[in-house]
Design a protein around this ligand. Sequence first.
Ligand code: FES
Length: 424
Amino acid sequence: MNYPALTTEMLAFAAVFTVLSAIGFQVMRALRYQAQRRCRTEAEEAALQQLRSEELALTLHQSFTDFSLQQQEARWYDVQVVRIDQESDDSRSYYLVDQSGDPLPAFLPGQHLLLERPSLYGETPECRCYSLSDDAQAGYWRITVKRASDHDKSVSRWLHDTVVVGDKLRVRGPSGAFFLQSCTARHVVFLSAGVGVTPMIPMLQQAVQRPHGSIRFFAQFRDVDHAPFAEYLLSFAHQFASYAEDFRIRLFLTRFPRGVKGEEDNVIQEGKFTAVDVCDGIDVLDATDVYLCGPESWLNTMRTGLLDAGIPNENIYFELFHAPASEPIPSVGREKKDFVPCSVHFRQSNRLAEFASAFPSLLGFAIKTDIPMNSGCRTGACGSCAVRLLEGKVRYTRKPQYPLKPNEILPCVCVPDGNIVVDA
Ligand code: FES
């Protein structure tokens, strides 16, 4: 078979065609790559958008739930103790259910209840605040109580020595202004000392279910025998071990078990943590919320350290332990020489009494004068002692943490400033 001879024009056409095809192929490839890339980034962008909307929806939902729980009025419940667990050498958990069989209401993680010890020795019943220490939505309430004193009248001693499964108690709650805030994209830090770990448990349980930047949980304990919830926290840390960067649980023991060597990344650490340890590696301190609960001196030191490290004051939430019932509440900034004699009229009880300078608070004075008055924390945090001031002025010896309504006062942290009339 004869083929026609290739002319110069034909060769030139073939060459141009080849070049154009090559360019076209490259252009197509580039366009396809661009299109694929766009699709991929669009898909990624869509996924990110979806995630952001889900986070926003979740945060909104949680904010609405939190808001409705904040509006919920605390009230008295008749409850029954259905279980008691020994959590450490000196603390026990009490599981409470409503005697009516209804579930007990949800609470804001971090809140507490007021527990009434019935009247002993013919005296008025005593009340104490205890943080709720388990799942906020469980339908039962759990409190964890440290045996704080061996004093005859100590409420914690009565709980430890007398109360058994099946006993009936009266409690009022849930209440308190110390609770987990909604936390989208924020870093959340929980710091506690001793039995101050109790409100942190429901907070931690909820924080992991909320959108957040990262979570740190540091708890200070004396030793292994005085470390409530250590086992629970160890298993929590284990469960979230793969999120090591964003999730850190550390339990510090002042007295470490002999012969055990601590590693830097162990959950259990030797010694005491400081504000510097807490903030290490957090680069957005103004997007960090810190929750503190523990004895007052520890809390003050930690708070100062956090402020020095750059955590804004408004991002630090704290709750003080209860002042022991048997001890007077320390008076702050009030000298005897400032004292001006004055009278207190307890209107409901129809009693008029001269306030004595020896009393560091109006609550202490009311108790000694046999005026019935509720009390819980005795540090101005729980609001249990709130009464209406009908006439006159009071002076606070400690800044109330509890948000007061107009005309309300907290007798546990105030003294009369001249003659007063109170609704008690
Ligand atoms: S007893 Fe808690 S605020 Fe007074």
